[in-house]
Write a protein that binds this ligand. Structure first.
Ligand code: BTN
Length: 255
């Protein structure tokens, strides 16, 4: 355990089931408002919607815990804030290759997923606030192209740029980006509009035809915009406009 330059407590592990589980265990035992858990390897990495997240040595597997820091009224900004921080971080290390975000927070290079984000939140003991567990997985030095099940949809930074990275340096950069955005949008209460504008710089979803998986049913329509008041994706199904939230999965259809 050590403190980084932001004075955030960092718990570093060799091998865990999932940094999400370990972070929740640690949260029972200490009362730091902000701490970070990383692992070199995860045996049961968790993806969105209960999926397995392949987490061998060479990637960055991290959970950031914010307790009593995010008011309930701001929680909808967190998936976007983390997506922007992660995309900006990857952009810094992607040797000029363009980085994009697929709604809400899959980070892609050349159409393949280089990073994923999983956010769990629950009521905090501070009323009107949430405890938030932000899981971020970035494929860095771990090869993905040798995996039949992943090579068409995922990629790692070292495969893109043909070099080895210093994972701790990328973690440090990422945490600083998150901190800057937290100060701006949570502490200083800048309007969410600016955050969504930053997100839109990377977005490849809006304006596209998408398929949405709703309770096993696939619905096809167009992603129109983000509602800046609650973070919902405005989805047009033949003139019927509804809003969807990040518990659903979407697929961008070719067009
Ligand atoms: C996704 O499905 O896109 C989300 C993937 C999130 C993976 C990260 S790796 C660190 C943290 N621990 C986990 O078990 N999952 C998240």
């Amino acid at each position: 355990m050590y403190f980084n330059s932001l004075n955030w407590k960092i718990f570093k592990f060799e091998k865990v089931t999932s940094t999400m589980d370990v972070a929740k265990d640690i949260a029972e035992k200490i009362d730091h408002p902000i701490f970070v858990v990383t692992a070199r390897v995860q045996s049961r990495g968790k993806g969105r919607k209960g999926r397995f997240w392949y987490s061998p040595e060479g990637g960055l597997w991290v959970t950031i815990v914010l307790r009593g820091v995010i008011p309930n009224t701001k929680i909808f900004m967190i998936p976007y804030l983390v997506a922007v921080a992660t995309a900006e971080t990857i952009n810094h290390y992607s040797c000029g290759k363009s980085v994009s975000i697929k709604w809400p927070n899959d980070i892609l290079i050349e159409g393949k997923k280089v990073a994923g984000i999983l956010i769990d939140s629950r009521e905090s003991c501070r009323s009107d606030f949430q405890d938030v567990f932000i899981g971020i997985g970035i494929n860095i030095n771990n090869p993905v192209g040798n995996r039949k099940d992943l090579r068409d949809t995922a990629i790692s930074l070292s495969e893109v740029c043909k070099k080895e990275y210093n994972i701790s340096e990328i973690l440090d950069f990422l945490l600083k980006k998150i901190n800057i955005l937290l100060i701006e949008f949570i502490r200083k209460r800048s309007k969410p509009d600016k955050l969504f504008d930053l997100w839109k710089k990377f977005d490849i979803t809006l304006g596209r035809k998408i398929s949405v998986d709703m309770e096993g049913k696939k619905i096809i329509g167009r992603a129109v915009d983000i509602d800046y008041n609650d973070g919902g994706l405005i989805f047009d199904i033949d003139g019927n406009v509804i809003k969807i939230y990040d518990y659903v999965s979407i697929r961008i259809l070719e067009e």
